[in-house]
Ligand binder design. Structure first.
Ligand SMILES: Nc1nc2c(ncn2[C@@H]2O[C@H](COP(=O)(O)OP(=O)(O)OP(=O)(O)O)[C@@H](O)[C@H]2O)c(=O)[nH]1
Ligand SMILES: [Mg+2]
Length: 371
């Protein structure tokens, strides 16, 4: 029996994932696609019973013990409904929201984590984040590991280890915020543009050019983050600039990391009580040799020549990941509710009671909470 199910929420994405699972799913696909392929991933038109194109889709052969495919269609509700109807007309069984179609036996209950990973896929902002979620949805990811805990609860050490990586997993899905600060003309906007790879912030030699907060997505080695540029620090009577500084202060208090840009010969002013901050010496192409020698251990960059940018990027990731070595191919929690579950499980394991009930309750969706 072939099962078919939309694995992304209605209207929640620009693309929809549709999962076909079970013996005969390849044959069913062959009846509705303009072409099949011996490859694991291919592009084709999906046709209705009259041979009219419903949508052009990407098909992915799913790595699973059963015959399974993931189809990606455009994210229009009408298209999604028509594709699902077409699958059902060809003999597939439509799965209701709460039924499971991934895997069999004890793997079934882990479906909740698989679903969560797949439904986060449209929000993933890099290839690395997509691949991380696909791994977490599979038998070798977090979904697979938790499924095995139904037979035997994990050791306390293992739960601690997973909790230790949780923040990094969460950051893969919810990018951390990194704010640039420093005096006017420190080169914040130039560095901001360089890190995001486009000319978003206005750059001029005039002090006080930036006033509004400017926010953009950036990727560092595949890790998504949100970078924020804002007004430069200086004494000012200008109410617009003062408001810009006030807003920047609020942004700093919520940030995961603050980069303070410091000019040659100047001292850092500090970022208040923010726990995670780093001093970055900027415009270093303008420095003379003596100044370089003075700051040999520091991060120094030129947003104009690109000098020091790779070192800065590595330092940003080290701080965000608290210098932990992280392998995205290993099981890792990726939602706040996974962390709550693991913390509760740790407590059960310490008190040697209730872990089996907690695991089955979690997998069945009891006590669900949102990130
Ligand atoms: N040579 C050199 N010039 C730079 C560098 N970064 C910025 N500049 C120049 O410094 C001036 C100010 O740069 P901005 O990036 O606008 O500085 P800012 O910190 O955003 O300034 P405000 O918005 O006024 O706070 C511009 O003329 C830039 O071209 C750099 O790395 N090297
Ligand atoms: Mg600026």
């Amino acid at each position: 029996m072939v099962s078919v199910e939309a694995v992304t929420g209605f209207g929640a994405a620009a693309l929809h994932g549709i999962f076909l699972n079970g013996q005969g799913s390849g044959e069913l696909l062959a009846q509705m696609l303009s072409r099949t392929s011996p490859r694991d991933c291919w592009h084709a038109d999906l046709l209705d019973e009259d041979g009219e194109v419903i949508d052009d889709v990407v098909c992915l052969r799913w790595t699973s013990s059963e015959e399974a495919f993931l189809l990606t269609t455009h994210g229009n509700r009408l298209i999604l409904d028509r594709v699902l109807d077409r699958c059902v007309a060809l003999g597939a069984q439509s799965c209701s929201e709460n039924k499971t179609i991934f895997g069999t036996g004890t793997q079934d209950s882990a479906n909740r984590i698989r679903r969560q990973a797949l439904s986060e896929l449209p929000n993933a902002s890099s290839d690395e984040a997509c691949s991380f979620l696909l791994i977490q949805s599979s038998g070798s990811g977090f979904a697979g590991e938790v499924a095995l805990w139904q037979q035997e609860p994990p050791a306390l050490d293992r739960v601690e280890e997973l909790l230790g990586h949780a923040e990094i997993g969460l950051q893969m899905i919810n990018p951390p915020t990194v704010v640039l600060t420093g005096v006017t003309n420190a080169g914040k906007s130039t560095l901001f543009n360089r890190l995001i790879g486009e000319e978003r912030s206005i750059v001029t030699p005039i002090e006080g050019t930036t006033r509004d907060l400017v926010r953009a997505h950036a990727l560092i080695n595949g890790w998504p983050l949100i970078l924020v540029d804002g007004a430069g620090t200086r004494e000012t009577d200008d109410p617009v600039e003062s408001e810009g500084l006030r807003r920047l202060g609020e942004e700093i208090s919520r940030a995961n990391l603050v980069l303070e840009l410091v000019l040659p010969g100047q001292a850092a002013r500090g970022t208040g009580s923010h726990p995670e901050s780093m001093i970055v010496y900027s415009r270093c192409d303008e420095w003379d040799a003596d100044q370089f020698a003075l700051n040999s251990d520091s991060i120094r960059v030129s947003a104009v020549t690109g000098e020091g940018i790779p070192q800065l990027e590595t330092a940003i990731l080290d701080l965000l990941h608290r210098c932990q070595k992280f392998d995205p191919n290993q099981p890792c929690p990726f939602l706040a509710e996974h962390v709550i579950f693991l913390e509760q499980l740790r407590s059960c394991l310490i008190h040697k009671s209730g872990s089996a009930e907690l695991i089955s309750g979690f997998l069945e969706g009891a006590g669900e909470c949102h990130r």
